[in-house]
Design a protein around this ligand. Structure first.
Ligand code: IGP
Length: 260
């Protein structure tokens, strides 16, 4: 079974919701990557989404975009991120998910990327600017290396499209909670519970909610009808401030959601 799916199901079996924090690799310098990942692991997160900074991050809101700019200014590249991760991969028991746009992967070479990413502890990738129709470009190499290709399902996808994306997604389904870009929000619109339940009805791969989730209440709200949550901008913001207490409270909220 997929290592990521397994980690999420294990978390759920323990009576908790999955919690996946997003971090921007190289923000604060690549030397912060190891202590940050090890500390998050210690807090009991299910997996970690590791962002690769990119010059044209079309899906990213201001917090992630700024973090990416800081990381690029420090000379962070995909190659350096994978090399750094590989130096402490034996200390990381939880799976890592790389969030990268397509260009850095193509520039690296797809096969080499897949092999080096696996050695770095990466067990899944999210490529937000790659449509499902193009995924054969990277899927065979990823599959050969043992890396999941996670699909994003947006609120505006048509029912037929939702079914297709859901069935294609590996590891988990990244179900987006809002129309638009990443970033902390105070509230959400519409009947999301039905939307998420429809997505889950097509598959036994866990559905996780992401985008805008930034408080313990949000974690509980979305956790009540999904297998877990992804929190990005809020985590990036807390890491910049060194505010680990808020991060800990977000993780704790995922362990306080009664299983549906
Ligand atoms: O920042 P938010 O609103 O908490 O959302 C998570 C998000 O940042 C992270 O998963 C992510 C960062 N960049 C992305 C690009 C596309 C999809 C997802 C992402």
């Amino acid at each position: 079974m997929s290592r990521i799916k397994e980690a999420i199901l294990e978390t759920n079996l323990q009576g908790h919701k999955a919690f996946i924090p997003y971090i921007m690799a190289g923000d604060g310098g690549l030397e912060t990557l190891k202590p940050t990942i090890l500390k998050l692991q210690e807090l009991g997160v299910t997996a970690i989404e590791v962002g690769i900074p990119f010059t044209d991050p079309v899906a990213d809101g201001p917090t992630i975009e700024e973090a990416g700019r800081r990381a690029l200014a420090k000379g962070t590249t995909l190659r350096k991120v994978l090399e750094t991760l590989a130096t402490f991969a034996d200390e990381v028991a939880i799976p890592l998910v790389a969030m990268t746009y397509l260009n850095p992967i193509l520039a690296y070479g797809i096969d080499d990327f897949a092999k080096d990413a696996y050695k770095a502890g990466i067990r899944g990738v999210i490529i937000p600017d790659m449509p499902l129709e193009e995924s054969e470009l990277v899927h065979p190499s990823l599959q050969a290396a043992g890396i999941d290709l996670v699909q994003l399902v947006s609120l505006t996808s048509t029912p037929g499209r939702i079914e297709k994306l859901t069935k294609a997604s590996e590891g988990f389904i990244y179900a987006v909670t809002v129309n638009g870009i990443t970033g902390a929000r105070s509230s959400f619109e519409g009947n999301l519970e039905d939307h998420f339940k429809t997505i889950q009805s097509y598959t036994d791969t866990p559905v996780l909610a992401g985008f805008g989730i930034s408080t313990p209440e949000h974690v509980k709200q979305f956790g009540s009808f999904t297998s877990g949550v992804i929190v990005g901008s809020k985590i990036v913001d807390c890491l910049t401030k060194g505010d680990w207490e808020t991060i800990e409270n977000l993780v704790k909220a995922s362990k306080a959601v009664p299983l549906a």
